[in-house]
Design a protein around this ligand. Structure first.
Ligand code: 5GP
Ligand code: MN
Length: 340
């Protein structure tokens, strides 16, 4: 399904009705979130707009090479500056999320502001907090949508090498290197366009995946050797980590990304879950194969959501209680998981 209500927005952008543009994305932004916001930042900057990217929190260090990263403002570090920026903005772009709760306190600032808001996103069932939307839940990534939107608004010349390097990053990370079912013909066509426009795909791959600390590798080894559990009846793999373990392996933002994929590599496993005690709350990552809709499960039991095969959730309960709740509720899906 697609929503495109941007024709009038594009006319207004072309007639330079806006001067200060605020771009934001979700809590703990990933490759698609940072790639799309910075990709759009380059596009708008190339068109002469005064634009700033604001994140609700910090993000993984393997995204800090993205061109334009030095100008990004983290709301948790500089809330007063962000409040001024939002007040002075005449357009707000919300990228790669479908509910204002995904941007923490920034959500209240966006909803209280009278500034027109544009949603560019690919998550199911977006809340209607926007004035304009370029949305498609069949797109692989928000980067794919930013490419389409930029092309429609300004044509190919607006895409510099910096812009396409940002956009290629989100295509690559949100598709698991063009492996997941969200990899459609259009994704590969856009990937090809981006490479034609100068995206340095091998360099991007190295900068995203070959830059981790030895303690992160040891954490991965520990998860596989000591923590991986299989719930055979439910064709489910589970890993959970407590706060002491995170400290032992010096875990920093981004270090746990990828752990949830290990479980899905096991024969006959169709659901993989990672549960982490982040102290302020317990965070969960779900990945599935085929027809098992993890977003529905995450929404029902852990106030979460996401995509059919990749979703997340959270809980205020202690880690042990969350693990127990997961183990008991997942049993309700035993037959469904058996038949995937
Ligand atoms: P991850 O497991 O990589 O954190 O997230 C996987 C997918 O689930 C992403 O598409 C992300 O947008 C979504 N997601 C993760 N956590 C949450 C959450 O707490 N709520 C909602 N609605 N979606 C989430
Ligand atoms: Mn995304």
């Amino acid at each position: 399904m697609r929503i495109d209500s941007t024709d009038n927005l594009i006319t207004r952008l072309k007639s330079k009705e806006f001067s200060n543009i605020f771009i934001t994305t979700h809590h703990k932004p990933d490759g698609d979130a940072m790639g799309s916001t910075l990709g759009l930042w380059h596009i708008l900057k190339n068109m002469g707009f005064n634009t700033t990217v604001i994140t609700p929190t910090d993000y993984s260090d393997n995204l800090s090479w993205l061109p334009g990263n030095d100008g990004v403002i983290d709301f948790t570090i500089n809330p007063e500056k962000v409040k001024h920026l939002i007040k002075d903005s005449d357009l707000i772009f919300c990228l790669d999320f479908n509910k204002l709760s995904r941007i923490n306190e920034l959500g209240d600032l966006v909803s209280q502001s009278n500034t027109p808001t544009v949603l560019i996103d690919h998550h199911q069932d977006p809340d209607e907090f926007y004035n304009y939307a370029y949305w498609n839940n069949e797109s692989s990534s928000t980067c794919e949508l930013v490419y389409e939107f930029g092309l429609k608004a300004f044509g190919k010349d607006v895409f510099t090498v910096d812009a396409v390097n940002c956009l290629y990053t989100g295509l690559m990370t949100d598709t698991g290197n063009f492996q997941y079912v969200n990899t459609k013909p259009q994704t590969l066509r856009i990937g090809a366009d981006l490479i034609e426009l100068g995206a340095q795909h091998t360099l991007i791959h190295e900068r995203i995946y070959d830059v981790f600390s030895i303690s992160r590798s040891r954490l991965f080894g520990y998860c596989l050797y000591e923590k991986l559990e299989v719930l055979e009846d439910c064709r489910t793999a589970l890993i959970y980590l407590n706060a002491e373990e995170l400290e032992r392996f010096n875990v920093v933002t981004g270090d746990t990304e990828g752990i949830v994929n290990f479980g899905l590599g096991l024969k006959d496993i169709v659901l993989s879950v990672l549960i982490i005690d982040r102290t302020e709350r317990v965070k969960m990552s779900f990945r599935s194969k085929g027809s098992f809709a993890v977003n529905k499960y995450a929404e029902k039991y852990f106030s979460g959501g996401g995509h059919i095969n990749a979703a997340g959730g959270a809980s205020e309960e202690p880690l042990e209680a969350v693990v127990a709740k997961f183990k008991s509720t997942i049993k309700e899906y035993k037959e469904e998981l058996q038949s995937v």
